[in-house]
Every structure is written in structure tokens, then in C-alpha cells.
Design a protein around this ligand. Structure first.
Ligand code: AMP
Length: 194
């Protein structure tokens, strides 16, 4: 099992209860499987639901948030550890350093940006950690179709299309990510941005 994973998700809850349910289920899954949750440190939206559910089930939660966002995203007061950083780049770097892999839940531009940075950096072999997409309610289907189109029209190598694994269930997603984990003897690596 993983000992720590970063989760990217919406600072909003979205309009459908399935998104909140999936965040709660993810938080509980982390706690029950002793996976240290690393996330953006907010108390609002799906981020807050995820962290609360993990903490309520006695899980370990580290929030990483730049000072300027602490007020805006209503910094979570009761996480196990809150790391305050200087800026967004430092946040993403720290989240990635502390995690053995990355999961995106439904979210908006911030979630997309974080997910795609991990994907593009994996494509560039700046890290070798597994990336998973939790496809709740088919939320990510249009994005996955766009990736298929990139392959069909010659902009994305099929090998890079499969850099992330996809599932609608958190336990299945993590099983698939475990299969993609760096092979035994090869440590996970992460190259910090210069
Ligand atoms: P969103 O998916 O837009 O609701 O945002 C989810 C999280 O991503 C929030 O914690 C945002 O602060 C964060 N975020 C937004 N833009 C960026 C960015 N450029 N780099 C890193 N995190 C971001």
C-alpha cells in the first residue's frame, strides 16, 4: 500500500452530491488504509470534505498552502500538520515531494493545472510516481475524449495517453496505481523545479 498520496480536488463542492460523497469516501479510505493524505490545506469545497472525513476516521492529513491563500481558502484549523509556503510553485513542489503518487478528484482550473503539471512532468521523466483520476459521475469523460483526440490527431503519444489510470471507485483506482508504482528496487524520484 502507499504510505502517502497527494489529492487535488475542487475548492468548490459542485452541484451533485456524488462529488461530496466521493471526497468523503476517499478521505475515509486513506484513514482506513494508513495512507497519509497530502492536500492543499483548505477547509472549503471538496478539499474540506476530504480532509474532514480523513481526520474523523483518525487519518493523518498534511495541508500545504501559500500564505496568501490561507484566508481565501479558509485554511483548515485542525489538520495534523499545516505547512505554509511562499507561493503556488512551492506548494506543488512540496505536495509532490511528500507523496508517493497523485490523485485528482473532480475540480476546476486549479485541479486541472495540478493534474496536468504532474502528467507533463511525468512525460518529461521528471518523476516516476503514479497518477490516478477519480472519474465520479463521468465528470472527466469529456477531458478523456479530448486526450483520445490528441492521440488520433498526432499530438499525444499513445504511451503518454496511458500515463494516468482512471476509475470511478477509489479502492479500484488505488489498486491500479499500485500496479503502476515504480518497480521494486527502483525508488520513486521527483526533481524539484529549478
Ligand atoms: P479549483 O480546482 O480551481 O477549485 O482549485 C483547487 C485547488 O487548486 C485550490 O486549492 C486552488 O488554490 C489550487 N490552485 C488554483 N490554481 C493553481 C495553480 N496555478 N497552481 C497550483 N494550485 C492552484
Amino acid at each position: 500500500m502507499f504510505s502517502s498520496l497527494a489529492v487535488y480536488c475542487g475548492a468548490n463542492r459542485g452541484f451533485y452530491p456524488e462529488y461530496t460523497d466521493a471526497s468523503i469516501e476517499t478521505g475515509q479510505f486513506f484513514a482506513n488504509n494508513n495512507i497519509h493524505l497530502v492536500y492543499g490545506g483548505g477547509s472549503i469545497g471538496l478539499m474540506g470534505k476530504l480532509a474532514d472525513a480523513c481526520l474523523e476516521a483518525n487519518g493523518k492529513v498534511t495541508g500545504i498552502c501559500p500564505q496568501f491563500l490561507i484566508e481565501k481558502e479558509v485554511g483548515h484549523n485542525s489538520v495534523s500538520e499545516l505547512i505554509v509556503v511562499q507561493n503556488m510553485h512551492e506548494r506543488k513542489d512540496k505536495m509532490a515531494q511528500l507523496s508517493e503518487g497523485f490523485i485528482a478528484l473532480p475540480g476546476g482550473l486549479g485541479t486541472l493545472e495540478e493534474l496536468y503539471e504532474m502528467l507533463t512532468w511525468k512525460q518529461l521523466m521528471l518523476h516516476n510516481k503514479p497518477i490516478g483520476l477519480l472519474n465520479v459521475r463521468g465528470f472527466w469523460d469529456p477531458m478523456l475524449q479530448q486526450l483520445d483526440r490528441m492521440v488520433e490527431e498526432g499530438f499525444l503519444h499513445p504511451q503518454n495517453r496511458s500515463l494516468m489510470v482512471v476509475s470511478d471507485s477509489i479502492s479500484d483506482l488505488i489498486s491500479k496505481m499500485l500496479e503502476k508504482r515504480p518497480q521494486q528496487g527502483l525508488d520513486a524520484w521527483w526533481v524539484s523545479p529549478k
